[in-house]
Write a protein that binds this ligand. Sequence first.
Ligand code: DX5
Ligand code: ZN
Length: 221
Amino acid sequence: TRTIQLAPSLMTMDLDQFKEQISFLNNKVNLYHIDIMDGHFVPNISLSPWFIEQTRKISDLPMSAHLMVTDAPFWVQQLIDVKCEMICMPAEVSNGVAFRLIDQIHDAGLKAGMVINPETPVDTLLPYIDLLDKITVMTVDPGFAGQRFLAGCLDKITLLRQMREEMGYGYEIEMDGSTNKAHWKMIADSNPDVYVIGRSGLFGLTDNIESSWQQMVSEYE
Ligand code: DX5
Ligand code: ZN
């Protein structure tokens, strides 16, 4: 057996059960996935540095921010200010600022990642691939939960694993988007280290986190 890390995507939780859900998940999962959108890079708004601080009141787990914003320097600074353990920038808009931001994150003692959207090739990451702590491969267009799964993106996970093995890179590989029953098998075959689980994989299964969790585990097995 291999160890996978689970990262619930908190934008898909039920806010009326915020405390129950976080308390239940705290000793079951490895980290929380925090989607941060600006209404420009994607046509939606979701969580925020403030939300991270609120969640910290009831959780010690590391937070991983998935930035979907055009002004990466602004949001990276906001997340450094709240000591977000892992800050993942969109590769598509980080040209010309990436090295500076990665250094800034590392100087603050935090981890730096990059996210690639479905149509962005792995090659985009080559200039700084050796500096990254995590690479997130999107398997849906960013911006919304519950979208169509783009199976073709899984090839990028396979490629990133091969590159890591050959070159000794240190990044973790994460996948994000429609991680659910219908796709467990193919996802497991491509073998990412971190699974982001959202509405279709966990929170939306039932109206109670404990039964949703049990259903997810039974579907995975
Ligand atoms: C989409 C977000 C995902 C989303 C996943 O922009 O990046 O984290 O919450 O939700 P599901 O797994 O339901 O597609
Ligand atoms: Zn995400």
